[in-house]
Design a protein around this ligand. Structure first.
Ligand code: FES
Length: 105
C-alpha cells in the first residue's frame, strides 16, 4: 500500500545534488541525477555502510566502504562485495515538494 511522505522542496535538490531523508522506515538517500529524481535506502547490503556519501557514476552509486556498486534505478547490486540489492522508492513531486513512497507494496 502506498504511503507518500514529504522529503524536501524540489528547488532545494538541484541537478547533481543528494539529500538523506529520515523516514519511518529508516534513512532514504534521494538523488537528482540529470534532472531525474531517484531514491534508495541509505544502507549498503554488504555491511550496512551509508551509501548517500558515495561516489556517483551516472546512475550508479559506489559504496564508500568497500566499493560495491548499486543501480539507483533498480537497486541491483552490480559488483562485489555486495550480492544482494537494496530497496528503491518511487518519487513524485506535488506542489513543489518531493515525496517518497515508503509503503510496502
Ligand atoms: S559496506 Fe558497502 S561494500 Fe561493504
Amino acid at each position: 500500500m502506498s504511503e507518500w511522505v514529504d522529503a524536501v522542496q524540489e528547488k532545494r535538490l538541484k541537478d547533481g545534488a543528494r539529500q538523506v531523508v529520515a523516514t519511518a522506515i529508516g534513512p532514504v538517500a534521494l538523488f537528482n541525477v540529470a534532472g531525474e529524481l531517484l531514491a534508495i535506502e541509505d544502507r549498503c547490503s554488504h555491511d550496512g555502510g551509508e551509501l548517500a556519501c558515495g561516489e556517483l557514476d551516472g546512475d550508479e552509486i559506489i559504496c564508500p566502504r568497500h566499493g560495491a556498486r548499486f543501480s539507483l534505478h533498480s537497486g541491483m547490486a552490480l559488483t562485489p562485495p555486495a550480492y544482494e540489492g537494496i530497496d528503491t522508492f518511487p518519487v513524485r513531486v506535488v506542489d513543489g515538494m518531493i515525496q517518497l513512497d515508503i509503503g510496502d507494496d
